[in-house]
Design a protein around this ligand. Structure first.
Ligand code: SAM
Length: 265
């Protein structure tokens, strides 16, 4: 059982346990203890609705200003696009790039519990480097930095306000090996850094994802890589155009990610 300053016997058996923490002002030391504790990132139930509610509570406990920042982005985009579906909002303010402004807050990012599961399945070794391509607020960095403190996390994200908030949280939680960069992954001058694991959750249009997968294939000529893919879109592109990626783990019932490996040397 976790010993926090105000809650000497903290358990994570139901959403109520998380709500209790949400309503108290936790010290940095307490937050630090929480993110080192895998149960904190584990949803009390495996179903999608509870996982999202759990993630929402974790964001609030850690103080991620997700709602405020997303509302500001929506307000800005509605200035250009007063009517119409949310799919038009991101492209309206981000040079045509699909940044998913206006999407449900807990659909925009992978639930914490799913990230925990992915990292456990990857059997990540110390000092390995994980890159999230289209990282939003860098959730994967919070889980990796908390539980696998020796690993390095880099997230690339188009929207600067998401990057700034994610980096603020990394600093506050003392996650010195985690960093987000404002970057258009499709930019001509962007060179994908080498890493052990790449994570893609439907970040952009087909040609963008194709472009990124080609860059990963170049890296896989020199070192083994794992590619974690979330969302139907990217999986379809891989099946149709990227046979060099070997499917190693296909998400079980209710899991929406797959893991591929490659070492094409
Ligand atoms: C569906 S979200 C996934 C967030 C995160 N990877 C996760 O799973 O929690 C996709 C993110 O990719 C970003 N994105 C879309 N196109 C991009 C581009 N060309 N370059 C960088 N980021 C991009 C979006 O702004 C959005 O934050």
């Amino acid at each position: 059982m976790l010993q926090l300053d105000f809650f000497p016997r903290t358990e994570f058996k139901s959403l109520l346990d998380f709500q209790r923490l949400e309503n108290s002002s936790l010290s940095f030391k307490d937050k630090d203890l929480l993110i080192n504790y895998p149960d904190f990132f584990q949803s009390p139930k495996a179903n999608e609705i509870i996982s999202r509610q759990h993630s929402n509570l974790v964001d609030k406990i850690l103080g991620v200003r997700l709602k405020y920042i997303e509302e500001m982005l929506v307000a800005e985009a509605r200035g250009f696009e007063p009517e119409g579906p949310h799919e038009n909002l991101g492209p309206a303010i981000h040079q045509g790039v699909q940044t998913w402004v206006g999407l449900d807050l807990q659909t925009l990012q992978t639930p914490y519990s799913e990230i925990l599961r992915i990292l456990q399945l990857l059997k990540i070794r110390p000092y390995q480097h994980v890159i999230d391509l289209g990282a939003a607020y860098g959730r994967m960095g919070i889980v990796l930095g908390g539980i696998y403190a020796k690993n390095i996390f880099t997230g690339f994200e188009y929207v600067k306000s998401r990057v700034d908030e994610g980096n603020r949280i990394f600093r506050e939680l003392g996650l010195g090996k985690c960093q987000l960069f404002t970057q258009d992954l499709f930019a001509k001058d962007f060179k994908l850094p080498e890493a052990d694991v790449y994570f893609i959750y439907d970040y952009g249009q087909v040609e963008h994802i194709n472009h990124t997968l080609k860059q990963i294939s170049v890296v896989s000529n020199t070192r083994p890589v794992k590619v974690v893919v979330r969302g139907k879109f990217t999986k379809k592109i891989i099946t149709e155009h990227h046979p060099w990626l070997d499917l190693k783990y296909e998400g079980k019932l209710g899991e929406s990610f797959s893991i591929y490996t490659a070492f094409t040397n």
